[in-house]
Design a protein around this ligand. Structure first.
Ligand code: DGJ
Length: 729
């Protein structure tokens, strides 16, 4: 059984294949304490001493006069602000009288097979055979508040899912001022904090620094999970590498405002929390009402960052990304090919070029609707521009299909342009704070998707478009942050709910889309990678990783993204050259190699390609067919980071059955007077023999790991090589 209640110890024990997670009940009052999260423990192990109940400050049953000191010291499993719990907290609850204090005591628990869904929220799933869920019912009797701490562990992945339900069982109004999804406490922590940060076109670079005394956080208050920070943090031993050392990561299945914070306190305890950002958040719970937090996913590994990464990849692919098994079309996208300047004939021509190469799908990006000839108008008017596309998407789709090419389209359903029919008819549908002109971004405004009638209006339009033509792919874009947070659906005292209700509205719309059109491959996008998170991956198996598709910059973006998210989740294209983002000139082959692991495509005008580049497309598509399944489903090992060594970037993906592997090496800078670098290749079956198909060399898995691969010496910058290994004998 993955979850046990050890009554003699008063400990809940949650096991994954290689980890154990322990929660202890303490003292007569039933404080719920975090006891342990780390390598799997032998059966019967008793770690209760780690609660330090014999140290000062003693529990209230022994020393009532120092209750506040105990609250300040006790490793609460889900710390709520009040009563001396001063450190970073997960919950903050205000009573009707205006006081803010909350202490949770154990009341009861249930252990059930399977995993219940979270109403309206994306969350991991698993059958009764695959997972078990613990519900810990806690109460604050003074508030009349019940808090259910939910934990799910799976039999096949090293991850723990956590979420929390608040229920107001009192007769008074309660306000949640903070309701985070999970907190974790690490005793005697001397290690690093790892986060992902960036900007538009430079998303998710890895940031690693020692966790210092005090609070350190990453967050978003932009209404989207953001380009700047990712809902993720990890705490790792200073010495943790890709292959060894303890490493604990947390990510959030959520796409809006978030906080991921770690605090190192006076006793060297690290407390890390993740959840909806409390800033601007306030959820009113009337008597009888409840609130569910988004889900947090925790992954621990003693095999370093690589172990944590593979745990995240596995849990996301197997238990979160519903479309994981969908065919990922090779595609050509019209955006960098022609921006807004296309019509039926030019698209058909692009389709013809695609068909000639064997590219499976053409995406008509921004510009096919309303009067959209630039980014100043028509968002919200999801009606085909018949001047550009006579016969509409139906004709275009039919004619493309006749060539053997499928049709995909771009949508930005969350937006309205001030210059649009929708805005002229319903200016109130746009989000705005009464008395203030809403702030424009890209000359557009957000629709108030917290309002059901606004969602219905958008849905009616996009449903009609999707039914009108043979559409097999949708790119759902979102190109601005929320600046004027206010929902006309809510009374003034409930405006603290607006950001989360907006997010629930987006999720509801995406749910409608994937349910009504199960055949469509949905790709999320947010000015590139501004909403790259596990929440979005529940609806779309891939997300456009960045508007920066330039191969060398993409190395760092994809390396950072892959720290948490599987390669299969990244939209990655061969873009035009010189790069439209940074002007860099890179070889076509290298661009293909960098884009290969993701949802692969081209973002350029195929007709304008030089002949020698064009001649490489068939080979690249062949690589995508040959290696795509391995890269999308296998185990990822980061071998070298150009972000660190400034010379070359390499990762390896090993098939789950260890029958084959692929090393993807890109040299960023050639170096004079250097000998071939040697990279240990982990992850292969130690005893089996593997042939390096590039050189013919055969060694055992152990030989490749211990002896390492001598990297081919490449003479130029921005070159690369794929190195396949296959099991022989
Ligand atoms: C931002 C996206 O990231 C681009 O790929 C493109 O779709 C544009 N929006 C279109 O406006």
């Amino acid at each position: 059984m993955p979850i046990q209640y050890l009554a003699d110890q008063r400990v809940f024990r949650l096991d994954t294949p290689h980890t154990s997670y322990l929660i202890a009940l303490a003292d007569a009052e039933g404080f719920v304490g975090h006891l342990y999260y780390g390598p799997r423990l032998p059966e019967g192990e008793d770690l209760r001493a780690l609660l330090r109940l014999d140290e000062k400050p003693e529990p209230p049953s022994r020393l009532e006069r120092e209750r506040a000191g105990f609250y300040d010291a006790f490793p609460f499993e889900y710390p709520a602000f009040g009563g001396g719990n001063f450190r970073t907290c997960c919950a903050r609850v205000r009573s009707a009288a205006g006081g803010c204090g909350c202490t949770l005591f154990y009341e009861d628990h249930a252990i059930r097979p399977g995993k219940p869904a979270l109403p309206g929220l994306p969350a991991c799933f698993g059958s009764e055979q695959e997972c078990e869920t613990l519900e810990l019912y806690c109460t604050d009797p003074a508030l009349g508040l019940r808090v259910t701490l939910r934990y799910t562990v799976f039999t096949d992945v090293d991850a723990v899912c956590r979420s929390v339900r608040f229920e107001n069982r009192s007769a008074q109004l309660l306000t949640l001022e903070a309701a985070l999804s999970a907190g974790i406490e690490l005793d005697d922590f001397d290690g690093d904090l790892i986060t992902l940060h960036g900007s538009w076109a430079r998303e998710r670079e890895i940031d690693r620094r020692p966790l210092a005394a005090g609070r350190q956080s990453v967050y978003s208050a932009r209404g989207i999970s953001s380009h700047q920070h990712t809902p993720f943090l990890a705490l790792a031993e200073h010495s943790a590498t890709q292959t060894q050392g303890a490493c604990l990561g947390m990510t959030l299945v959520y796409s809006g405002n978030f906080l991921a914070e770690a605090e190192l306190d006076a006793f060297d305890r690290a407390r890390a929390v993740i959840g909806i950002h409390p800033e601007g958040f306030g959820w009113r719970l009337a008597p009888g009402e409840s609130f569910d937090t988004p889900e947090a996913i925790l992954a621990f590994s003693e095999s370093g960052l690589g172990g944590m990464t593979r745990a995240f990849h596995d849990v996301l692919r197997r238990h979160l990304i519903r479309g994981q098994a969908k065919h990922r079309y090779s595609l050509v996208n019209s955006w960098e090919a022609s921006y807004f300047a296309f019509d039926h004939d030019s698209l058909l021509q692009l389709g013809r070029e695609a068909a000639a190469e064997g590219i499976e799908l053409l995406v008509v990006d921004d510009g096919w609707f309303g009067r959209r000839d630039d980014d100043n108008s028509s968002l919200g008017d999801w009606v085909v521009n018949e001047e550009k596309l006579p016969g509409g998407l139906a004709r275009l789709g039919r004619e493309l299909n006749e060539m053997g090419v499928r049709l995909g389209i771009w949508l930005e359903p969350e937006m309205v342009s001030p210059d649009s029919e929708l805005y002229r008819a319903h200016p109130d549908y746009a989000m705005a704070i009464p008395g203030r002109a809403p702030t424009l971004a890209r000359n557009q405004l957000l629709l108030d998707l917290a309002r059901p009638e606004v969602r219905d209006c958008v849905w009616r339009q996009i449903e009609a478009v999707l039914r009108s033509a043979p559409i097999d792919y949708v790119k759902w874009d979102m190109n601005r942050p929320i600046t004027d947070l206010y929902s006309a659906a809510l009374p003034p005292e409930r405006q603290g709910e607006a950001a989360h209700r907006y997010m629930l509205g987006v999720y509801e719309l995406q749910e409608r889309l994937v349910s009504a059109f199960p055949h469509i491959l949905l790709e999320n996008c947010c000015s590139g990678g501004g909403r790259f998170d596990a929440g979005m991956l529940y609806y779309s198996p891939q997300i456009w990783a960045s508007d920066n598709a330039e191969a060398i910059d993409r190395l760092a973006i994809q390396e950072g993204t892959a720290l948490v998210f599987p390669l299969s989740s990244m939209g990655a294209h061969v873009a035009a050259c010189p790069s439209h983002t940074n002007g860099r000139v890179t070889p076509f082959a290298t661009r293909g190699q960098v884009a290969l692991p993701g949802g692969f495509g081209y973002e350029l005008d195929l007709a304008k390609l030089p002949g020698e580049d064009r001649a490489l497309i068939r080979g690249q598509l062949g690589d995508y067919r040959r290696y795509g399944p391995l890269l999308h489903e296998g185990d990822y090992y980061r071998l070298a980071s150009a972000a660190q060594n400034h010379a070359y970037d390499a990762y390896m993906v090993v098939a789950k059955d260890k029958s084959r592997a692929l090393v993807n090496l890109v040299q960023v800078r050639s170096r004079s007077q250097r000998r071939a670098a040697r990279l240990a290749l982990p992850g292969l079956c130690e005893e089996a023999r593997y042939k390096n198909e590039a050189t013919g060399e055969v060694r055992t898995g152990r030989g490749w790991r211990c002896g390492g691969l001598l990297l081919p010496v490449l003479e130029q910058d921005f070159t690369g090589q794929l190195i396949p290994l296959v099991r022989v004998g």
